[in-house]
Each structure stands twice: as structure tokens, then as C-alpha cells.
Design a binder for this molecule. Structure first.
Ligand code: TYD
Length: 216
């Protein structure tokens, strides 16, 4: 069975991590064991980079921040994602290359063409089959994040206009490649979002893995 690469994108407090877990549970119920990972992070090297990146005490300059994101990505793609997809697994990744275009591109103001080149190098050209965008007004997302247990990270603490630029860039990216992106309204109830995520993913699963095929 060919693998399927699904990425989850969105602003702070968009609820995407909850949806990663819910989608994984639905896949398992079909007998599919998905690989679940995240960015930055997902390997011992990349988790070390993640700790550095999200530490509120650190102040990497924008280019250093972007290159650390790419370092984490290069390690994850080479050692986790490519082997899993080559083995035919369904891979769910909480954030991927589009996060860099939105956060370091629109948020920090780094040139988009430069980031595209870095993304291509770090990913070896590996692109998602489907990208789910959990679109939410930053004021709602940040409020949710502040109410959630656990400390906010360094990027959560950026001002609202930073998060508004991130959101706008995500929506532009989605418009420019509609076959890959699915835009979801992340202010909806988690159960409704779960159903919409399922609909988007099931349509892209290889035919033999879909529930109707299994019943036949
Ligand atoms: P995390 O706590 O995982 O946040 P979230 O639940 O919102 O995904 O922290 C990841 C942070 O890193 C998040 O603020 C977005 C940021 N980020 C970038 O700025 N660029 C990137 O390329 C990636 C992958 C993440």
C-alpha cells in the first residue's frame, strides 16, 4: 500500500494537536497504524533543536530561528518520514514546511523564495499529500492557549499582528495550491472538526484502505 503524508497547520490554539490524536484513533479503528510526529522535533536530534527554539529565555535572530527549523526538518525527513512513507505508512505530522513559510516568512519577514529553497533542501523535495489548515482568529487561538494547561512557548508570546500575518500567509498558501490544502474552521466544535478531517483524509486514502472497500 502506498503511504499517505498528512500535515496539520494553523496558528496557536487552533486545536490541531487534538485532531492529530482523533484522526490517529479513527485510522487505528480501520486497522491502519499511523506514524505520528511533529515539528520542530520528532527525533532525538530534532527534539534537542526544539527545546532550543521554544525556550523563552533564548533569542535566536530570525535567520538562526529559520535555519534551526530547517535543521530539525532535515533530520525528521531523512530518519523518520521518508523511511516510513517508503514503507507505505500513513504519516501524520503536526506542522511541516508550511509553518516556516508562515512564521519565519510572514511573521519574521524572511524572503519567501529563500525559505522555499531551504525547505526543498531540508525535505529532499518531500511534499505532503494533504495539508489540513486549522484556521482561527488569532485572538481566539491565543485566548485558548492561555487558558490551556502548560506554559506558552516563545512564539506564542509574539504580538497579535505577528499572528495575524501568519494566518494571512497560511490562507494565501492554501489558495495557491487548493488541491493539497483543506481549510477548516477551527472555531467549530472538536467533534465537527474531527468529522471534517476524516472526510478529507478518507478521500485520499488508497482505495483498498477505505472502509467501504473493507466491507465489500
Ligand atoms: P508548539 O508548542 O508545538 O505549538 P503548536 O501547538 O501551536 O504547534 O510549538 C511550535 C511552535 O513553533 C509554534 O509556535 C510554531 C513554531 N514554528 C515555526 O515558527 N516555524 C516552523 O517551521 C515550525 C515547524 C514551527
Amino acid at each position: 500500500m502506498p503511504g499517505l503524508f498528512v500535515t496539520f497547520e494553523g496558528g496557536e490554539g487552533s486545536g490541531k494537536s487534538t485532531q492529530v490524536a482523533r484522526l490517529a484513533a479513527r485510522l487505528r479503528a480501520l486497522g491502519i497504524d499511523p506514524l505520528i510526529t511533529r515539528e520542530p522535533g520528532g527525533t532525538p536530534v530534532a527534539e534537542g533543536v526544539r527545546a532550543l527554539l521554544l525556550d523563552p529565555e533564548r533569542r535566536p535572530v530570525p535567520l538562526a530561528e529559520a535555519l534551526l527549523m530547517e535543521a530539525s526538518r532535515a533530520q525528521l525527513v531523512a530518519t523518520v518520514l521518508k523511511p516510513a512513507l517508503d514503507a507505505g505508512r500513513v504519516c501524520l505530522c503536526d506542522r511541516y514546511a508550511d509553518s516556516t513559510l508562515a512564521y519565519q516568512g510572514a511573521g519574521r519577514g524572511i524572503d519567501a523564495a529563500l525559505l522555499e529553497q531551504w525547505n526543498t533542501a531540508a525535505t529532499q523535495g518531500l511534499r505532503p499529500d494533504v495539508t489540513l489548515l486549522f484556521d482561527v482568529d488569532p485572538s481566539l487561538g491565543l485566548r485558548r492557549r492561555q487558558e490551556a494547561p502548560g506554559a506558552t512557548n516563545r512564539l506564542d508570546r509574539e504580538p497579535t499582528d505577528f499572528h495575524e500575518r501568519v494566518r494571512a500567509r497560511y490562507l494565501e498558501l492554501a489558495r495557491s495550491e487548493p488541491a493539497r490544502w483543506v481549510v477548516l474552521d477551527a472555531s467549530l466544535h472538536p467533534d465537527e472538526l474531527e468529522a471534517q478531517v476524516w472526510e478529507a483524509v478518507i478521500a485520499r486514502l488508497p482505495a483498498e484502505a477505505r472502509p467501504s472497500a473493507r466491507r465489500a
